[in-house]
Design a protein. Structure first.
Length: 424
């Protein structure tokens, strides 16, 4: 005998309606976080800042009134946040980040970043959490929009951002962990200078191609009305993944989410505009900073292109971007730039072989190497207007990669090899 289907009670219907509709979690506005040692003083804010109304500001100043609104207001804010963020993007609770890092007492992850970082597991994923300080005030809605765009960006040459959490003046960025070593470590092994993982031409041109396409994607394919800027391109912030030896760019979206990019200043900046040195504050790495960035501190797509050019020259020569050597004749130290030595090699006939990394053992297409050298030098032009767009750079390097592949096939150079990035 068939039993009639039991209808849900009113209480069960209400429970079903209250179930979360996405994986995004936020802190309830009427439940302050427990304060503990090792965390920023304003830990109660956590990810709550991302769900406040449009008047909420994230950065150096905060409005605590919005943190204690009614639960109804919090539900409305959560609904609007879920509509804006895709399923792959997460606003992590600060307590979740704190637990994953053992209250930030876990062993810190060794990386090229000057900011603190921890390798841990978040929601079953092997990730690296970077702690960054806000550089300027950011509206909550602006931060939501940027986080949404960056988290749904997908490219094989970018390390994925899984989400973020906010506490006080800090934002915690959660990136996938990628097994490998940085380009800088692969090229220059301090323990064994004569050894390099990137011991053949195809591995070098492959990495240059990966980086160029990844940066081109950041500049033109993130879906933002104003193109994104990376602002942290350098050989130590690019990972060579194992075993394929493909390059992946780290810290994608860091500049956008931390307030390093100010669209108003970027629009007003022109060439070498002067700023008051007493109030101007910016960070950069010696050897990778474009001349105009050293003057006005405004990162742009052109400053990214400049940094990429330096990395290309590093891949060709195996040398550091900038270093100081002992001057045996005059005593003291002298400054040696990879850009200056590259220009000397390009101007002198037959000097490319002298300049290219000796560990390649002259096993590379000299003509192609010369054209790659010229691409790198175009990227590091003093005048930003003379630097090429990343789309042109990516296309040019890809063409040179194909020419190199033809050369390798004719010469019988093996390209289907694997390397383990583990100390012997």
């Amino acid at each position: 005998m068939c039993m009639p289907k039991r209808s849900n009670t009113k209480e069960e219907e209400e429970e079903e309606e209250e179930k979360p509709q996405s994986s995004i979690e936020t802190t309830s506005s009427n439940q302050p976080s427990r304060r503990s040692s090792g965390t920023p003083e304003m830990s109660r804010k956590a990810s709550l800042d991302l769900t406040a109304n449009n008047s909420t500001t994230i950065g150096w100043s905060f409005n605590l009134k919005d943190s204690w609104k009614s639960s109804a207001s919090s539900v409305n804010s959560l609904s609007s946040l879920r509509e804006k963020l895709p399923e792959t993007a997460h606003v992590f609770e600060f307590s979740e980040i704190r637990a994953a890092t053992n209250n930030f007492l876990a062993k810190k992850f060794s990386s090229s970043s000057s900011s603190a970082s921890w390798r841990c597991a978040v929601r079953g994923n092997d990730v690296v959490v970077f702690q960054r300080k806000f550089r300027r005030q950011i509206n909550a809605e602006e931060l939501r929009d940027r986080l949404s765009l960056i988290c749904k960006s997908h490219h094989s040459s970018l390390i994925k951002l899984r989400g973020a959490s906010v506490s006080g003046n800090y934002i915690y960025l959660v990136y996938d962990y990628v097994h490998g070593a940085s380009v800088a470590d692969c090229i220059r092994n301090p323990k064994n200078p004569n050894f390099t993982v990137l011991s053949n031409w195809m591995s070098r041109i492959q990495i240059a191609t990966d980086i160029a396409h990844g940066l081109d994607y950041i500049h033109h394919s993130t879906g933002s009305n104003s193109n994104c800027v990376h602002n942290h391109i350098k050989s130590s912030s690019i990972i060579v993944s194992e075993p394929s030896l493909n390059a992946k760019i780290c810290h994608v979206g860091t500049a956008e989410l931390c307030g390093e990019i100010n669209r108003e200043e970027e629009a007003q900046s022109s060439g070498y505009r002067r700023y008051d040195s007493r109030v101007m504050k910016f960070e950069g790495t010696r050897g990778y900073m474009a001349p105009e960035f050293q003057v006005n501190g405004v990162p742009t797509e052109k400053t990214d292109v400049y940094a990429l050019g330096v990395v290309i020259l590093e891949l060709l020569s195996g040398k550091e971007a900038l270093k100081y050597e002992v001057d045996e004749e005059g005593g003291g130290y002298r400054r040696v730039s990879v850009i200056e030595t590259a220009r000397e090699a390009a101007e002198g006939e037959g000097r490319i072989r002298w300049w290219v990394d000796k560990r390649l053992k002259d096993s590379y297409p000299v003509e192609v190497a010369g054209r790659v050298l010229r691409v790198g030098l175009e990227c590091v032009e003093e005048d930003p207007e003379r630097r090429p767009d990343m789309t042109w750079v990516a296309g040019r390097v890809s063409k040179l990669y194909l020419e190199s592949k033809d050369w390798a096939e004719k010469m019988g150079v093996p390209t289907d090899f694997t390397v383990t990035l583990v100390p012997r």
